[in-house]
Every structure is written in structure tokens, then in C-alpha cells.
Design a protein around this ligand. Sequence first.
Ligand SMILES: [Zn+2]
Ligand SMILES: [Zn+2]
Length: 186
Amino acid sequence: MLITHDTRCALEAVVDLVNTAPEDETTPDGLPDVAALADFVRRHEISDVGVLSEFDLSAVRKIRGRFAGIFAAPDVRTAAGMINELVAAAGTTPRLTDHDGYDWHVHYFAPGASIADHLAADCGMALAFFVVGGERERLRRCEAPDCRRAFVDLSRNRSRRYCDSRTCGNRLHVAAYRARRKEATG
Ligand SMILES: [Zn+2]
Ligand SMILES: [Zn+2]
């Protein structure tokens, strides 16, 4: 499957968004205020976003929950249904663009769409094409027991198990190594 620059950016934005959600009542929200949302928009170079408000913040938090649900869906059919609902509610106006020096690609959000609808339309469509390409299993949750962060496995053989091999993967390798040594010596 060809993963275009825009699809990759959209997927990175979804993963980042899902991972801002607090794990429980004791952990802080990664999107605490409008400034944090503005920072998210800048970081992911999301185009055509107007002035952000409290309304935008609560709307983005709502769709964040829906994206998290798609990552957690038990099967493709459930995920497909959720993606359909998400994209339908956002409304779409597909159009070709070559903004900011990128090659021609299609944007889906309607002109003047809110940031929440923008993300739902374009990130929703990126996920839709992942399902079409038979790639849904690349949408993963980290297997480290105390992590569970969302990530997209873009490795050639879909073998990635941890959100970040330098932290989660490595941490587990060290733990397994220590356990083996303990067995050998004890
Ligand atoms: Zn674009
Ligand atoms: Zn992890």
C-alpha cells in the first residue's frame, strides 16, 4: 500500500491526539486548554485552521474519544462502521490541492470546517484508506503493560509491538534479560 505524505501526517496527528487522552482521573489531560490545542495544530502543520476557541477544544476532545474507539475496535467491520459515522458527521468536500509545495493530494474537510470536523474528515479518511488497503492491523496499542499508547506500525513486516523501541521496547528487553540472568544464577 502506498502511504502518501498526507496520509502519514494525518495518521501521526491521530496517534498524537489519541495519546493526549488521560488514562484515568489521576493523570492530566494532554490537551488541557486552547493553547495546547493551538500547539497541536502547529506541530502537525494542519492547514486552514482559524482562531481556536473553548468550543473547538471540547469538540476535539469528543472526536479524540471516537478515534480511540477506532483503535480499540474488536474487528474491521466495527472499525469501518465507526469511521463511516465519524466522516459522515464531519461532512466532506474532496478537492485536489498542492499547497505549501506538496505534490497533488486530496483534502476532504469542507471549506471553513472547524478543527474538529477537519480532523474527523481528513484523519477519518486516512483511516478509511488503511482499512481499504487491508492495513487496519497496523493501528496498534503498545504492548508494554504499563503503557498502552496508540501507534501506527509502518514497519515493512508489521512486527512493531511497542510505541517506541528506545523506551518501552528497551525497558522490556532489560526486564527479560534480568529475569533470565536471575534464573541462570539463582
Ligand atoms: Zn495537505
Ligand atoms: Zn509504549
